[in-house]
Design a protein around this ligand. Structure first.
Ligand SMILES: [Zn+2]
Length: 391
């Protein structure tokens, strides 16, 4: 287990106690009150139940099945689009994890994938959060088959077609059409992102996992080489933020280090690429980036949330992954420090289920508040101390 060697016995007992409290509350949540999604809905809570079962925190099979049924019913009934965190790709991913039957039970959803992805590949967003890279990552959970390999090749080919070539390699441009109203206001001509949720790091992670499981998809290797080369060309070691969050026509925007945006997500993507293409200098850069993010910023107070997406739990999880793969002591220290921070912040909450989170207002500003959000990606049901990285 990732966290086994990183936590003290006292921390493990505390994690277990917190987990049991939150799981007790989870039993009271009605599936009918949830949407289908992995990020905030029933599919995410079904995954929490599965992880709780795996970690011997009680039997949650009944609750997990109820959440998953809810998600599958919604996907069957409504014209929901693909997408990892908010579309049906995430539901399919959880279904395949649950049933462990080679993907038979999610066959109907995968038929829909074939139709949707084949028809709309070049019109879809490319990112991990809601686009092709996330669809592909979800499909990797299924047992390999020639059909599935063809679908993955189709996704890789579309990602290549959607990319922009430059002297430095290949990158992806997010056009204003794929942004929310607030996003368009903030970036009227769109942007280039480097991070895990919406940028190159997410695509690099998907391509790396694809090559690991399907080494015969050689187009993925070429695209991985070119996209990693571009990402490395954006490196600026003199900055506190080594890789910019986004690049627009007029500026390079920098910020905090988290799963969705920032250096720690970039570091994990570089590490994954280094592993599958056997590039030791990429691994060295991955470790150096992760170390410098912690050395420069420590427990970064610009990150008030505890959530997986852009909060302390996600950062702790990614450092734990870095430490497990590389055995780097500084990454292990960063993982333990961020984890301790999560526990201390949790303890400050007078009411156990309230978590400090920051919502975005219409002006694009973060408004910190205590919330009772119980979603997987943004709320309290994150279980990261006991499980592996979510993506
Ligand atoms: Zn986020």
């Amino acid at each position: 287990m990732v966290w086994g060697s990183l936590l003290t016995d006292a921390q493990r007992r505390e994690v277990r106690a917190v987990s049991m409290t939150l799981l007790g509350e989870l039993r009271q949540v009605s599936p009918d009150t949830r949407s289908h999604t992995l990020s905030e809905g029933a599919a995410g809570l079904a995954l929490v139940c599965e992880v709780a079962d795996q970690n011997n925190l009680g039997s949650f099979e009944t609750e997990g099945d109820a959440f998953l049924s809810r998600a599958v019913e919604d996907v069957a009934e409504y014209p929901i689009l693909p997408g990892l965190w908010q579309g049906y790709s995430g539901v399919c991913w959880v279904l395949d994890r649950f049933n462990n039957d080679g993907g038979e039970s999610s066959g109907a959803i995968v038929d829909r994938y074939h139709k949707d992805i084949t028809a709309q590949c070049e019109r879809r967003a490319y990112d991990l959060y809601g686009g092709l890279a996330g669809d592909g990552l979800a499909l990797l959970e299924r047992t390999p088959s020639p059909d599935l390999e063809r679908l993955l090749l189709r996704i890789v080919t579309a990602l290549q077609a959607l990319s922009t070539e430059s002297e430095a390699g290949r990158h992806w441009v997010t056009s204003p059409d794929h942004l929310s109203i607030a996003g368009r206001k903030h970036s009227p001509t769109g942007f280039i992102a480097t991070g895990m949720a919406h940028g190159s790091a997410g695509i690099i992670s998907f391509l790396s996992q694809t090559i690991k499981l399907y080494p015969s998809i050689t187009a993925a290797k070429e695209l991985l080489q070119a996209s990693t080369a571009w990402l490395l060309s954006q490196r600026n070691p003199k900055n506190k933020t080594r890789y910019p969050h986004t690049i627009t026509k007029t500026e390079r925007r920098e910020g905090r280090s988290a799963w969705c945006h920032g250096d720690i997500g970039v570091a994990v993507a570089l590490l994954m690429a280094s592993q599958v293409l056997g590039n030791s200098s990429w691994e060295a850069e991955a470790v150096d980036t992760a170390r410098s993010a912690f050395r420069n910023n420590g427990i970064d107070r610009r990150l008030p949330d505890l959530c997986l997406c852009h909060g302390a739990s996600g950062v702790a999880q990614l450092y734990a992954f870095m430490a497990e793969v590389t055995r780097d002591k500084e990454c292990a220290l960063a993982a333990a420090s961020w984890h301790e921070h999560v526990l201390r912040e949790y303890a400050k909450s007078a009411q156990g289920l309230h978590f400090y989170t920051a919502s975005i207002n219409d002006e694009g500003e973060e408004v910190p508040q205590w919330t009772q959000d119980r979603s997987l990606l943004f709320g309290s049901e994150r279980w990261t101390p006991l499980s592996g990285p979510i993506s």
